[in-house]
Design a protein around this ligand. Structure first.
Ligand SMILES: [Zn+2]
Length: 411
């Protein structure tokens, strides 16, 4: 377990779209041809050796930035019932206590908030229309998260008012967000994080919702995937000074680790052609493989990455694969003098959600599944749980590295 390190101050630079003039629409098809084989086509993934970028150490102006991503942050009703305290408040902090070190040590930690905080007066609820106690969000901040992406199929579970209230709770918890928005101006302001002088744009889109959408007058509230919007916003991010662009997609087929869904392939290629440096996926509720691509369309990284799905970081789902998640760590190095950047390190922490009992006060606890290799575990972890954790650990390691042996497990 790494020591908890104080994070640097991250400035969120908001840029307004209204200042942007004419967009140059790059012919996407021409760019697709330059995409290297490591991109997995729909249904036919290929194994490709990752060509390690040549580290530029000739200059002394190197900046190193670490980014950590996790997948779906769910809150099914048994989770908030377990978090309820005698005084009626909710304590979600124990859920992330054992992985707080991993989440806190990165410069930026980002997760997919797949619920709403729509208020107690509307009744807290799990699936299918999620409404989670407000305390969930500051507990994420306390665990080490810096930024939440909020565009997913549950964004509109409690309507527009729920979507807006959720943003309010996120803001009050001093977390950044994108994917859902309070106004047209908020929507048009690309999030660019300034980390140690490296400017990183964060974009987020969902394939859709479970049926509820903002009204025609309020379309700005939710980023639903649109290829033209993705292209324009990557370009706008560049024009606003972003040196790297990370596109987080809510996409894919549920319970399928591989990209088995035709639209997913189109979405991935659109983001790459537009110039995204990294594509991070969520939604299938299972962990998927990581692969690499050669950046195009103005991407700065000489080898980007696609993480198809990071799985459930926390949920009440307990079937094989759905109880496992991924902490994905990306170390980026930038040569300031040469204006070049590369992925200097890639690692992952396989996680597993322990589901215990109120008697132990360990109801839902995200654990590094490498704990299953330990000879002795805390007394509250029973033998059956250890068996499931071990299975999840082996599953995740093999799935993540299916196309590339580059990512290393971090313990
Ligand atoms: Zn989803």
């Amino acid at each position: 377990m790494p020591a908890i390190i104080r994070k640097p101050e991250i400035t969120v630079l908001l840029s307004s779209a209204r200042k942007i003039g004419i967009f140059l629409i790059v012919p996407a098809l021409a760019l697709w041809l330059t995409v290297i084989d490591s991109i997995t086509g729909f249904g036919s993934p290929r194994k490709t050796a990752f060509a390690a970028p040549v580290a530029d150490t000739s200059a002394d102006s190197l900046i190193t930035v670490t980014m950590t991503f996790v997948g779906d942050l769910m809150c099914h009703s048994p989770q908030f019932n377990a978090a309820r305290q005698a005084d009626g408040s909710y304590d979600f902090n124990p859920a992330w206590a054992e992985v707080k070190g991993f989440l806190s040590e990165a410069d930026i930690t980002i997760g997919n908030l797949e619920t709403t905080c729509s208020g107690a007066n509307r009744g807290f609820a799990g699936y299918p229309n999620f409404n989670t106690p407000d305390e969930y969000v500051p507990a994420l901040k306390n665990a080490g998260f810096d930024f939440l992406v909020t565009s997913n199929n549950h964004s509109m579970d409690m309507g527009e008012s729920g979507l807006l209230r959720t943003i309010d709770i996120i803001k009050k918890s001093s977390l950044g967000y994108t994917g859902t928005f309070t106004s047209q101006a908020d929507h048009d302001s690309i999030r660019i994080l300034d980390v140690k002088g490296l400017k990183i744009a964060i974009l987020n889109y969902t394939y859709g919702t479970n049926g509820a959408y903002p009204s025609a007058d309020h379309k700005y509230m939710l980023n639903v995937y649109d290829s033209t919007q993705v292209k324009n916003e990557v370009k706008k991010a560049r024009e606003k000074g972003a040196q790297l662009v990370v596109t987080l997609y809510h996409w894919g087929a549920e319970y399928r680790p591989d990209p088995m869904w035709p639209k997913q392939d189109t979405m991935m290629r659109t983001a790459i052609a537009a110039g995204s440096d990294m594509i991070i996926g969520a939604h299938p509720h299972v962990v998927g493989p990581v692969t690499y691509y050669k950046g195009t369309g103005g991407a700065k990284l000489d080898s980007g990455l696609v993480a198809w799905t990071l799985g459930n970081f926390i949920s009440n789902q307990s079937k094989r694969y759905t109880d496992a998640g991924l902490i994905l760590n990306v170390e980026l190095t930038k040569n300031v003098k040469k204006d070049s950047a590369w992925i200097s390190k890639m690692s992952f922490v396989p996680t597993w959600v322990y589901r215990g009992t109120s008697a132990t006060n360990k109801n839902y606890v995200v654990l590094p599944s490498s704990w299953s290799e330990k000879d002795s575990l805390p007394a509250w972890i029973d033998a059956a749980s250890k068996v499931k954790m071990k299975e999840a650990h082996a599953d995740t390691k093999s799935i993540v590295r299916k196309y590339s042996a580059k990512p290393q497990e971090k313990k």
